[in-house]
Design a protein around this ligand. Structure first.
Ligand code: FMN
Length: 403
């Protein structure tokens, strides 16, 4: 019950996703938090202060120059009397104001006057999200210490639009607030981690690709577990259908060479956990046009060429992270193959799992792993992938504690 008794100042700005903030208020209050709402004038075009105030059971603050509000509480006390400022939805406009230190309405003034943690849930049209100005503002706000949840990819509230820009769901925002306010120990604070996850798709032609059964569940869970221990995590994810983990900087890629570039761009780091099932080979010359079947013609042969080994590249890099962990998906002689990989790849540890179809591990929710390091091997019992992730993150934290 991390949120029990916590005072949350909820800033609602003017996006279509404002309707979700009504449910968010309920979810926060269910968990024992009190919610004091601030609405921009834009937000009031989408939902009413009446509905927000009724759900929050508090006065709704909308006006910087309200003599009554200023007399009763005052905008500075509004900021002081809270444990967390949550912005949901956070519009492109409000992010731009924050990034530039503007304070021309109550929401932006509160955000400039605060020393409390701020968690923002951006929501906007995908084109607004990828605009260089928004990208710039987002990067600047992250380096100012603002925490973000989302935006997520998928269908937008406006019909026919899809892409990255959808606000995280209320329960995802609640979970991110819990992580932020949790006073659980965060031994990896100040450490930077790179995690890869999911499969890669290697194109054959514009519509076909070579892939594998990886779901990304294990890699995503590891990224989340490291972030929960305070690490600054960059997750490089191949194409997966699961949501981005909370509190993690996610870079989405398709191909192995894109994954390699994203991993190298994320250096330097203290920790690298290479979980992705990266394709060993790609089609030597993928066709620009869809390959057609012509009666009487011979069946095309695919010539393959080798992809860069990302784990090996990281393991031997001049900026090699202090701790390099690789996952080995094997179907035979799991330990022998993993042990051979340790030296060849320059890894400190290999987490070996048997991905024979009978184990159901690849694509499933459970995992049975064996940790192989130069000190020996340790078999873990069959566990949920989340649990494997938590144990591995704790083990990593231990390594750093020992120096
Ligand atoms: C129908 C409609 C939907 C909108 N949805 C969004 C949105 O989801 N995200 C966003 O950043 N801006 C959205 N806008 C634009 C903002 O409302 C506009 O930038 C406004 O100035 C934001 O004010 P605020 O940031 O002070 O709340 C939308 C505008 C309209 C008319």
């Amino acid at each position: 019950m991390v949120l029990s008794g916590k005072r949350i100042l909820l800033i609602i700005s003017g996006g279509i996703a404002a309707y979700k903030s009504l449910d968010l208020i309920r979810r926060l209050r269910e968990r024992g938090a009190s919610v004091r709402p601030v609405m921009t004038s834009g937000a009031q075009e989408f939902i009413t202060p009446l509905a927000v105030g009724a759900l929050a059971a508090d006065h709704v603050f909308t006006d910087l120059f309200s003599r009554q509000d200023e007399q009763d509480i005052g905008h500075i006390r509004l900021v002081r009397d809270c444990d967390l400022i949550l912005i949901a939805p956070a519009t492109a406009d409000l992010l731009a104001k924050m990034a530039n230190g503007l304070a021309d309405d109550l929401a932006s003034t509160v955000l400039l006057a605060t020393d409390r943690p701020v968690l923002a849930a951006p929501a906007m049209n995908p084109r607004m999200w990828v605009h260089p100005a928004t990208k710039r503002n987002f990067e600047r706000l992250k380096s100012d210490g603002i925490r973000f949840i989302g935006p997520m990819s998928g269908e937008m509230a406006e019909g026919g639009e899809a892409g990255k820009g959808r606000m995280a769901e209320p329960l995802e925002i609640v979970a991110a607030a819990e992580v932020l306010l949790s006073d659980a120990p965060r031994p990896l604070t100040g450490r930077k981690a790179i995690v890869t996850s999911g499969p890669t798709h290697e194109p054959i032609d514009p519509v076909r690709y070579i892939a594998n059964r990886s779901s990304g569940r294990q890699g995503h869970a590891i990224a989340a577990a490291l972030a929960a221990l305070g690490a600054d995590v960059t997750l490089v994810s191949g194409p997966v259908s699961i949501p981005d983990p909370i509190g993690v900087n996610v870079i989405h890629v398709e191909r192995a060479d894109e994954m390699r570039d994203a991993v190298l761009a994320a250096l330097p780091a203290d920790i690298a956990v290479m979980v992705a099932a990266v394709a060993d080979w790609r089609v030597a010359s993928a066709s620009d046009q869809k390959l057609k079947k012509h009666p009487g013609e011979s069946i095309p042969t695919l010539a393959l060429t080798e992809n860069t080994d990302i784990l090996k590249t990281i393991g031997h890099h001049t900026m090699r992270p202090k701790l390099v962990i690789g996952f080995a998906a094997e179907t035979q002689d799991v330990e022998g193959n993993a042990r051979a990989k340790l030296d060849r790849k320059g890894a400190d540890m290999i987490v070996a799992n048997d991905v024979s179809p009978s184990t159901g591990i690849m694509g499933g929710t459970r995992n049975s792993v064996k940790l192989i390091s130069r000190n020996g091997a340790e078999q873990w019992p069959d566990l949920a992938k989340d649990e494997v992730a938590k144990r591995l993150a704790a083990l990593i934290a231990d390594r750093f504690r020992q120096g």
